[in-house]
Design a protein around this ligand. Structure first.
Ligand SMILES: [Zn+2]
Length: 116
């Protein structure tokens, strides 16, 4: 039985500004795609441990790492997209939020039950 481990959640693809595919040379059809990695305990996401992001061509479906791209504009667009559009989803921290809530509840319970 798996109590805890790591899991991935896919990042919704976002279109990049300009750039062309390094493989099939199709213009303006490059997408930013990837996944977030997180630690889960009993399948509840606890915290994020990073992300893997890459570029995908909408035409030939080729996937490319940043290091495989020569086009500086495309790299810039990729960097901006990674920074501005690829946010860690809040629910990756839901386990931590639940933990904080439980701790808060435990600490206020004596005050609630002891009132006459
Ligand atoms: Zn392509």
């Amino acid at each position: 039985m798996i109590i805890f481990g790591t899991s991935n959640s896919t990042i919704h693809p976002k279109k990049l500004e300009d750039g062309s595919c390094p493989y099939c040379k199709t213009q303006d059809n490059m997408w930013i795609q990837g996944y977030h990695k997180y630690v889960h305990i009993f399948w509840i996401p606890f915290f994020s441990i990073g992300k893997k992001v890459y570029m995908v061509c909408g035409h030939c479906k080729g996937a490319f790492e940043k290091t495989e791209i020569q086009d500086q504009r495309l790299i810039q667009s990729f960097q901006d997209g990674k920074k501005n559009q690829i946010k860690t989803p809040w629910y990756h921290f839901i386990g931590l939020m639940l933990l904080v809530m439980v701790i808060l509840l435990i600490s206020v319970t004596p005050y609630l039950t002891n009132t006459p």
